[in-house]
Write a protein that binds this ligand. Structure first.
Ligand SMILES: [Zn+2]
Length: 375
């Protein structure tokens, strides 16, 4: 992976390159940021850069023996740790899956990775055995590159076993770099947090996402912008949304909420039937469409709340007017509640829950939450 394959984040790339050029690399870093901001890609690009035989001012060469090994993830000095399944499992036992997965897409999500390892709904973890393995592999002195790099993707999965790594992270052996990657600072052991330099990854800007989309899939500027607005700063979400913009999610969401409200106001067989039909349609529309719809809905509520509070909002005029009216009737507190319920639904859909049941139970939860009139 080269830096030019990491979407945007020019400032962070520059900081990392400068640290390498000036011999001031921080030996223990925590790459922290939301999903789809490029943390893993950046870690891979940095590992390749520091070991490249002919790096230039902006990137690794991409063609020396070291770069080739890094790009195939077979460099003997670059180690990967990631969540695996089972109480005694080791990352290296899943390295083929990891290579296969990364070769296809370096912006992926925890549930995607866990699904790659197991068909059922399993919990991933980084085991005590894996921590011992990390300690062992960094006690060996011999290496062929300039730096040994240990990437720990999913540092949130390091529970108390992670304390075994404290000494190593606090005083890494010479020419060894630890890069921990996580989405949420709260989920990191405080003992680890205090021993790392936190590198924060901002969400991608609208123009960064839309121009990346235009060059990635030759989309029109208008379509790219529409996707970028819903993707909430995530390159991964943006990619997933390609081809989904033909749907009118705004009308779909408005129709759904209205239906629930009508049923609350005047319980009748026909309103109940409408809701059942809506759920049926959504449940059979495909996982990608469901995810895109829910992403849009979260975007709509988030931006609507901003508009209601006179903050800058990315909604168009019609969306904005409806959102403000909706929030005034429902109240912003309940709107936040709806957003939370929909966020949970999104989580379930991403994890391949039964869509029919998940959407219907969400409708019922929203129905129970409020009893406003109409908008
Ligand atoms: Zn190179």
């Amino acid at each position: 992976m080269q830096f030019n394959q990491v979407i945007a984040q020019a400032e962070l790339k520059n900081q990392l390159i400068q640290s390498a050029k000036n011999d001031k690399i921080s030996q223990a870093m925590l790459f922290l940021g939301a999903e789809g901001t490029g943390k893993l890609s950046m870690a891979l690009a940095f590992a390749q850069y520091v070991n490249c035989e002919q790096p230039n001012d902006e990137d690794s060469c991409g063609s020396c023996a070291s770069c080739v090994k890094c790009s195939k993830m077979i460099h003997p000095d670059v180690f990967y740790t990631y969540p695996t399944i089972g109480s005694k499992s080791l990352s290296r036992a899943c390295i083929e899956n990891w290579r296969e997965f990364l070769a296809e897409e370096s912006y992926f999500k925890y549930p995607d990775w866990i699904a790659q390892l197991a068909n059922e709904n399993k919990q991933g973890n980084i085991t005590a055995e894996e921590c011992n393995q990390i300690i062992r592999q960094h006690s060996l002195r011999h290496f062929e590159g300039k730096y040994k790099v240990q990437i720990i993707w999913g540092a949130e999965f390091l529970k108390k076993e992670g304390n075994r790594l404290l000494k190593l992270i606090e005083e890494p052996p010479a020419n060894t770099i630890f890069i921990l990657i996580a989405q949420s600072q709260e989920a990191i052991l405080p003992t680890i947090l205090s021993r790392t330099q936190v590198v924060k990854f901002p969400k991608l800007q609208l123009d960064e996402l839309s121009s990346a989309l235009v060059s990635y899939k030759d989309l029109s500027k208008e379509e790219a912008l529409k996707i970028a607005q819903i993707a909430d700063g995530s390159w991964r979400e943006a990619k997933d949304l390609i081809g989904q913009t033909k749907h009118n999610y705004f009308e779909e969401f408005r129709g759904w909420l209205l239906n629930i409200i009508q049923l609350n106001n005047r319980p009748s067989h026909s309103f109940a039937q409408n809701l059942v039909d809506w759920n049926e349609n959504m449940a059979t529309s495909g996982r990608q469409n469901q995810k895109a719809f829910l992403q849009y809905t979260l975007f709509f509520i988030r931006e609507g709340l901003a508009a209601r509070n006179n903050l800058p909002s990315r909604l168009n005029t019609e969306e904005r007017n409806v959102a403000i009216k909706m929030i005034d009737i429902i109240t912003w507190r309940k709107m936040l509640g709806i957003s939370q319920i929909i966020n949970n639904l999104h989580y379930q859909i991403v994890r391949n829950a039964n869509a029919k049941i998940a959407f219907l139970s969400t409708s019922m939860k929203i129905k129970a939450l409020h009893k406003p009139q109409a908008f």
